[in-house]
Every structure is written in structure tokens, then in C-alpha cells.
Design a protein around this ligand. Sequence first.
Ligand code: F6P
Length: 388
Amino acid sequence: MTASLRTTAKPPSIGILTAGGDCPGLNAVIRGVVKSATQLGYGCIGFLKGYEGLVEPVRSMVLDKRNTSGILTQGGTILGSTNRGRFVGKRGIDETVAIEPELLASVRRTLDEMNIVGLVCIGGDGSLEIAQQLFEHGLPVVGVPKTIDNDLSATAFTFGFDSALSCATDALDRLHTTAASHERIMVLEVMGRHAGWIALYAGISGGGDVILIPEIPWTWEYICHKVLDREAGGTKFTLVVVAEGAHLPEGELVVREATAGGQVRLGGIGALVTEELQNRLGRETRCVVLGHLQRGGPPTTFDRVLATQFGAHAVRLVHHRRFGEMVCYRPPDIESVPIADAICHLRTVDPQGSAVQAARALGISFGDCPATESPFSMPAAASRGVRQ
Ligand code: F6P
């Protein structure tokens, strides 16, 4: 145990950790937890580098109003995070991995020694799977969902998504003018893992012409058709937004790297789409991969408000001993659900949902039908109710 970094807390304290990939708004949750916990008389201990900070060598810091003041607007996390290491909750999309019993015992020891009465675990689906396993082991855990991918079921939005979206929208705004000046096809690859939320929303808010997402199979012919249709109408440039997790027409995922632990790093589809369109159409085509810019920088106002509410509500759950629950956003309210219910499946884009239908109505192509086809003749567009 590293004595210099470890602080023994005698008063009842709330522990906080941030696990998995970072995103804007994590610090806003930490601040929300610390401020509201302090009002109720709890101390706060932040564990460093996700779940790793809970086990030997334990690494933690006392959090108080002073050292969390001013972090509301900061991107990243003052506690550090990792999506590698000894704690792995999930492999691939839905394979659960059991945490080693020695690690579970070690976490229990740390919480007991530090008098942690509730542990707030802020993470995406893999990190919340770990939180669930800690809870099943009898530990006092509550969950806070985070991810730019917005792919967690049980919450309408995760914080981080709006900030990533604003970055992708800004990129499209910038690409628009240069695409128009040079009469080029510009391809923007965005993150999102196996869900197309960032690509869909950015494509709508940034004036994309073609949106390729994992949830809608597409063909090269229909993308080319859209480009040619625009040209026939006098517009000589096209913006294509492609989600990193979109499958190629042959069904393949484009993977940058397979990491230890069976996870994959997605990425590279933007370059493939660019090359193929250039070859097929003979038009100048350029690719931009937005990458981790989407995860950096200050949170948007929406994410600050959501993250702050999540932090305050997580403390309420600890105070009322509602362990094993995760805070969630069910507009207009912040509520909670069992963590177990929240991690059982990914929330992906509904191809018949209102956002996709609105995009189609505007003439945006998903590469799945001829550009000239009336959007209102798409299956189920007219008769269904409005869904996100
Ligand atoms: O889950 C968030 C996310 O940014 C995904 O959109 C992306 O696929 C992945 O994390 C990137 O992970 P890493 O930071 O390990 O490259």
C-alpha cells in the first residue's frame, strides 16, 4: 500500500471513481457528488485510475469543496481513468467476465478500512458491469452512466454525448465550406462503438448528406447514387458521416486493433469509404477521422446540468442505502434503475425512429435506397408513432 498517496478516512465517507474511457462531464459529476455529500455530513474519497485505485497499491485522494471548486467546466477527470488493467467486466459486446475473487476481497478490505459507506462508480457498460459484480459481492455500490456513445439502455441520454456531438457538428460545419470551395466529397469518421448515435445526430445537426451507421445496412451503389443526384441538381460537393462501427456492405466491421482481453478498437472505415468513392466516382475525396477530439474539452451546458444532477442523485441513493442502483435520465426527471437492468443490452438507433425518419424526409441518404426514392415511402415511416 502506498502510504503517501493513501488517506485513511475515519468519518463515514462516500467513495468515487471514474472508469473506462473518459468524456466531458466526469468532473461535473465528481463536483456534484462532493458538494451534495458534504451538505449531508459525509467525507469524500476519490479513487485514482478507476477500479485500480481500490486495490493494492491503493491510490486515493480526499475530495472536498476546495479541490473540486472550478472543475465543473474541465474536460477529462481529476481522478484519472483507464479501460485496461485488472478489472474487466465485459469482452466484446455482451460477454461478461467474472472478476477475480482476490480482487473482490481486496476492494472490500479497502472500503472497510476507509469507512466508505457508499461507492459511486461512474462508467460505461463495461465499468457498470464491474459495479454490478461488486454489488453482488455485498458492496455498497451505486452507478452513474457515462459515455459519449449514448448506448446505455435505461437512460435517455448519457452525459458526454452532447459534448461529443457538438465537436462532430463543428467539424462538419468546417468541412462544409472547404468541401463546397473545392467541390469535393468529404468523409468524416466519428466514434460511437456499435451505436450510430453520434453519426446520426451530427449528420442531422451538421447538414450531412449521407449518414452510415451500424444499424442500417448500406451499399456503395446507393452512396454513389446520392452523390450523382446532388451533382445533377447542381451541388458539386457531398458530406458523408460514417460511424466507426458501421459495417461494410459485405458485413465486416473495420477494426484498428484487437487488444489484450479480447476487446477491439474500431476505426479505419472512413479511409475505406473515401478510397472506394474516389475509385468509383473519380471525384476528389478526402477523409477526416475525428477520433479523441470528441472525448476532450469542456462539457456543453446540457452535459454540465445532466452530470451535476447525476452526481447529486447518486449521493441521495447512497444516503437512502439504495445500493445496486444506477441514476438515469427519464426526461424530465432523474430517476434510478437496478444496474443489472441497465447493462443487459446496448441502446442502438432505431432505424424506424423519428430521427432517422426526419433525416430521410430531408433527403439525407443512409445508403440503403436510391436517392430519388421518396422518404415517405420508406417502410413504416408514415404510420408509426414518434420514437427517438
Ligand atoms: O466508448 C467511448 C469510445 O470513445 C468509443 O466511441 C471508441 O470506440 C472507444 O471509446 C475508443 O477507445 P480508446 O480510448 O481506448 O481508443
